[in-house]
Design a protein. Structure first.
Length: 762
């Protein structure tokens, strides 16, 4: 052996050294050395320049737009640019930075890649409804593949703000109401975007947002103040941000809103104490669009004051507002901030660029050939179609769906032939001309044996001013100028000649999203009238509901025999909806947010606590916690969604009913597909801590599994429960579990679940 090793020594030794150098500790050291060396050459103004993020112009979300960008790049006054794409344009800008600025520091290129890049997946709330972590991760992977092929290296996603208020337009951009589901999705998205190696040319640096609590804006009005107890923050609103951090997300975006008297972008407790000290976040924090400047309107002083406040709080990069660029040097001279604070921020920005491999090759993401081949490919579109079909939620079905491939279908409604509406809000890079409308998809998927007629029937709303307010982001919406009666009559005539009516109704894409809050969540009157006229024909009516939020569709639920909620399913949604309507795909989505009966019930969510006067049963009782005019229950509960088949659940089986310390409990059920279609079911696990030192929710989601069952097939579903799942933050913010009695629920949604009790002692 010895002589052989000796002979191999010249090969083995360098290989081992190379391996050692790749070890995280050495890699970190190498990065630190490089950045320290670079920073030693930087002037204070150049360091501050790195903290400046400018907008390129494809999509802006505020009134301020960056100016003089080229000159600023040459002067080293730009650290990053967002909303510019294409390898050619990015190459040209990068050349300015690495050839014409003094220190040749490359620029980082960001974009809001939220639910797909050019191949658009369902809006995030829809993706969440799939409860399918593999598909969600894959959607982010594909988005990263396409975005990096188009020159980008940083995405402002995932958006993980918990929201229990469907008035808030941005509920569409997140994963809904639940911290457990939201955390799983946050981690899946980060894995999908960032992959295993950030410096690979097809992975994107992710940015979890909006830290923190943005989804709890008062009254559902965008950008409004947030005020909640810390115990609620830590138990219910923080977990998805933390899950993204634990999954290794590279950057964090601070939110617009006020938290405990200090807007998030200047809130030291949030950005330093919680994020960095408690959770160990090591990356950079970027502000939201002009959120530093906006603290002037919040009443915290002038631009200089709020910029200094933000830097000191732990903010590293200033999006668009240029408060850092224009005031930090003076603040430093006046002793209001320290050089160490500027250095911290600058180092974190440079580290992000280093990890992306930009110092090694600033043009790493500028590959024209990839842009040609990898964007909106047939493969990606196929995956988006399959994923969209699995995000739809069947809300009601009295034997109408799936449709038979015969006879005549009347496709009616303002959203039936509306490809520009399919991709949903905040799909900045979509080419809406390439999306497929429901009409086009239905014709293709139906095949030759089915006749399909189409009529619009109504405008989305009678309120043309409301409609006009939603025409942003290059998605102008054309109202039909014909008289409402003419539209209606045309649809009724078509419906009378059909066997079944499919009514494509609901919201315009931009009824949700940023600055799109609403106080009326009913279907607009024009659509209600259309439904009544269609029902009057006596033909079965299926409502295909387009929505970016839970709507109050109590009347429609009463009147219509079938409702399929399709959110905004993305560029392939026209096909995906048709796949589900014809039963080629069995719907398996489950609601990630509760559907209220009326706006007065908001906030409404499944994991509420008991009052001291809980209502027993459904009937109104005086001096109990309920309403005079509406029941406490939602229209559709969290986790709800039907299938074309039926799933029967056995009672819950527990491996033990008394446990101690580090033991493990297995809770299981047997689920049988008793119908005639193969189908996927999301089996959900909820827990309740019956007696504790603090009040606890009546039910909290603590596990879920999505499984496929053939007709007649039974599968056992097992959930392993450890004390980790019993932990919570108490009102001293101690995180632990408490011994005692618990209830476990397993079922098909948060309302319909079988229970069993167990005791867990220390
Ligand atoms: C404002 C939005 O709040 C945020 O989500 C987005 O990433 C930025 N604008 C950049 O477009």
């Amino acid at each position: 052996m010895r002589p052989a090793i000796t002979a191999l020594r010249p090969v083995l030794f360098p290989a081992m050294v190379l391996l050692l150098l790749q070890h995280p500790v050495f890699a970190q050291q190498k990065m630190n050395q490089f950045i320290t060396g670079l920073m030693a050459k930087m002037t204070v103004q150049e360091k501050i320049g790195q903290l400046n993020l400018v907008v390129g112009g494809e999509a802006t979300t505020g009134s301020v737009v960056s100016t003089g960008v080229e000159e600023k790049i040459k002067q080293g006054k730009v650290g990053g640019i967002f909303s510019v794409s294409s390898p050619q344009r990015i190459r040209r800008i990068q050349e300015l930075a690495v050839q014409q600025s003094r220190l040749k520091i490359p620029i980082i290129f960001g974009m809001d890649v939220i639910h797909g890049y050019r191949t658009i997946f369902p809006i995030p709330l829809g993706l969440a409804a799939s409860w399918d972590m593999q598909r969600i991760e894959e959607s982010a992977r594909i988005a990263a593949q396409e975005a990096t092929a188009d020159g980008l290296n940083w995405t402002f996603s995932p958006m993980v703000d918990i929201s229990r208020d469907p008035r808030w337009g941005r509920i569409s951009e997140g994963s809904g109401e639940d911290p457990f589901l939201g955390s799983a999705i946050a981690a899946a998205m980060v894995r999908g975007y960032q992959g295993k190696d950030l410096s690979a040319d097809n992975t994107l640096l992710a940015c979890v947002k909006h830290f923190a609590l943005y989804g709890a804006a008062e009254a559902g009005r965008d950008y409004h103040s947030v005020d909640m107890s810390r115990i609620r923050m830590f138990n219910e609103y923080f977990p998805p941000y933390k899950a993204a951090i634990d999954a290794g997300v590279g950057t964090v975006m601070s939110s617009f809103n006020d938290v405990e008297g200090i807007p998030a972008s200047g809130n030291k407790w949030l950005l330093t104490d919680v994020l960095r000290k408690q959770w160990g976040f090591k990356g950079m924090v970027v502000s939201d669009y002009t959120s530093v400047n906006e603290m002037i309107d919040h009443g915290l002083g002038d631009l200089k004051a709020v910029s200094a406040l933000s830097l000191k709080a732990g903010l590293d990069m200033d999006m668009v507002g240029e408060g850092f660029l224009t005031t930090l040097e003076a603040s430093l001279k006046e002793g209001k901030i320290t050089l160490a604070e500027i250095d911290r921020a600058c180092r974190l920005v440079l580290e992000a660029k280093y990890k992306l491999g930009l110092f090694e090759d600033p043009f790493r993401y500028c590959n024209e050939a990839r842009a040609q081949q990898e964007i909106f490919s047939a493969k990606h579109r196929g995956i988006a179609r399959a994923t969209a079909a699995r995000s739809f939620v069947l809300l009601k079905n009295q034997g109408v769906l799936p449709l038979a491939r015969k006879g005549k279908i009347a496709l009616v409604g303002p959203l039936a032939d509306a490809k520009e509406n399919m991709v949903g809000t905040w799909s900045v890079s979509a080419d809406v001309s390439k999306a497929t409308s429901l009409l086009a998809g239905l014709k293709e998927v139906a095949g030759t044996g089915v006749e399909i007629g189409y009529a619009k029937g109504a405008n989305v709303t009678e309120d043309s001013a409301l409609e006009a307010r939603t025409s942003v982001f290059g998605k102008p919406w054309q109202r039909d100028a014909r008289h409402p009666d003419t539209l209606l009559a045309e649809a009724v005539k078509l419906a009378q000649s059909a066997d079944v009516i499919v009514a494509a109704l609901g919201e315009l894409a931009e009824f949700t999203g940023e600055s799109s809050s609403r106080t009326d969540l009913n279907l607009p009157n024009s659509q209600k009238k259309l439904i009544d006229a269609l029902l009057a024909t006596g033909k079965p009516v299926v409502m295909v509901l387009f929505t970016g939020r839970p709507l109050t569709i109590v009347e429609e639920d009463k009147k219509l025999p079938a409702i399929l909620n399709v959110w905004f399913g993305g560029s392939e949604a026209g096909y995906a909806i048709s796949d589900v309507l014809f039963g080629d795909v069995n719907p398996s989505g489950k609601l990630p947010a509760t559907f209220p009966r009326n706006v007065g019930q908001i906030p409404i969510y499944h994991s509420y606590k008991s009052t001291g006067r809980p209502l027993v049963g459904d009937e109104f009782q005086k001096f109990r916690s309920n309403y005079l005019d509406v029941s406490n229950t939602p229209l559709y509960p969290f986790g709800y969604g039907l299938s074309y088949t039926r799933f029967d659940y056995s009672p819950v089986k527990l491996s033990k009913t008394r446990l101690k310390g580090a033991e493990k409990l297995v809770a299981s059920v047997r689920v049988t597909n008793s119908g005639k279609y193969a189908g996927e079911e999301v089996v959900q696990l909820y827990l309740r801590d019956l007696v504790a030192t603090n009040t606890r929710p009546l039910k909290e989601l603590k596990g879920f599994q999505k499984l496929l069952l053939q007709p007649g097939e039974t599968k056992e579903v097992r959930f392993e429960i450890t004390t980790e799942l019993l932990k919570f933050y108490d009102n001293k913010l101690r995180y632990d579990w408490e011994p005692g009695e618990f209830t476990v629920f397993i079922g098909t949604n948060s309302r319909d679940a079988a229970a069993a009790n167990f005791t867990w002692l220390r």
